[in-house]
Design a protein around this ligand. Sequence first.
Ligand code: AMP
Ligand code: MG
Length: 419
Amino acid sequence: MAKTPRLKDDCFALPEGTHWTPVDEALGHLKSQMHCVVGPETVPVWQAIGRVLAADATARRANPPYANAAVDGYGFAFAALSGAEAEALPLVDGRSAAGVPFEGVVPLGQAIRILTGASLPEGVDTVIMQEDVQTVDGILHFEHGIKRGANCRAKGEDIDAGAVALVAGTRLGPQEVGLLVALGVAEVLVYTRLRVGVVSTGDELRQPGEAANAHQIYDANRPMLLALLKDWGFEAVDLGVAKDDRAAVAAVLDQAAERCDALLTSGGASAGDEDHMSAVLGAEGRLDLWRIAIKPGRPLALAMWQGMPVFGLPGNPVAAFTTALIFARPALGALQGQGWRQPQPNLLPAAFGKRKKTGRREYLRARRKGDGSVEVFASEGSGRISGLAWAEGFVELPDEAMEIKAGDPVRFIPFSEYR
Ligand code: AMP
Ligand code: MG
C-alpha cells in the first residue's frame, strides 16, 4: 500500500509579517496544511463506532429490502374497492407476518390479515389499520376514504441497493452503524485511529490523590484533554507529566514521536524562563509560535517534531480547553481523514449585555436558558475553571468592536459541535 504522505516540516509557518493573527486566518492556514496521515483498514461494522470511513459505504441491499406493511391491519388491492360508503371484502385464509410471508396470491376483491414489517403478498398494494375496520364472519368491513398505497412501504423507498449511503470522511456514530447494518454491510473500510498523545508540563503539577502543597496544583489538563480526545474518537495516549527541564521535555517528545501521530502539550508554551516546551521545540524541532488574536488563549506553539505535529496549548485550563476545541479539533480531524469540519453556530438572543473592543475574537463560556436565550458565565477570568463545567458552549464574539444588548442575536456554538 502507498505510504501516507507526511506533513511538511514548515507546515505551521505563517506568512511573513504576521503579528496578531486573526482566528479565521489561523484556521485557514491550518486547514490548508493539514491532511490525512493515517491509512485504511477493514473492521467489522460493529467495531466501527467512532471511526472515520476511508471510502464511500454503499448499500449491499435496498432499505426496505422488500415492499412491506407499515402497520398491523389488512391488505388488499386498491383497484377492487367499490368507492361506496362502506366496503366489504372477504378475508383469505392465512396471513402475512414479519419474517413469515404469505406465499399465495390475494385474489382481486379479497383481503388478508397483515402485520407490521410483513412483505406485501402478491395482489396487495394497500393496507388499512386494524383500528379502522371490523371483521364479522370472515368479512372485512370499513368505511371508504383510504388512499391507494396507504400504510405500505415501497422496496428501496429509503435507499436503493448500490447507492452511496455514507461518504468517505464520515465519522460513524450509533445511527450510522445502524444504517450500515440495515443495508447489509458487515465490514467497513475505515482509517486507523489517529493516535494523539497528551503531555502536561510544569514542576507545580500533582496527580489526583497525591498530597499537594499550597504552591502546587493538580494536573487538570491531562485528564481533560485525554477525555476530549476519546470523545472525538481518537486513540488517546497518556504520556504523563514532563518536568520544567529541557532534557525531560525532549525525552517525552521523542517518546511521543515513536507512539503517536500527533501530540497535545499543555503549559510551558510561551516565551518565559520556564517555558521549556517552546524552548526545546524551537531549538531542536521546527517551531512556529502563533500569536492569535483570541481571548482566552496565549500564544499557540505549533511545531513538527520528527515528523509529528505538536499542538502546544496554553497551561491555563480554560485557555487549553478553548484552544483545543477551536484549533486542535479541526486539525486533528483533518489528520484523521475527516476533512476540515467547521462548527456551526446558532444565532440566539443574548441574555446579557457587553461591550467589547476591536482586535480580537472572544469566546465566552455560555449556556442556553429555558427561554431559548443564551447566558454567559459571570466571570471572564480565564483562571475560572468552574466556568467550563458550568458552560455547554461558547458565545463567539467577532474580531471587531461590538456592543451587545440583551435580546441581540449572538453566535452560540455548543461544545458538541466540536466533534
Ligand atoms: P504555563 O503555560 O506553563 O506558564 O502555565 C500557565 C498557568 O496554567 C499556570 O498557572 C500553571 O500553573 C497552569 N497550568 C499549567 N499546566 C496545568 C495543568 N496541567 N493543569 C492545571 N493547570 C495548569
Ligand atoms: Mg509552566
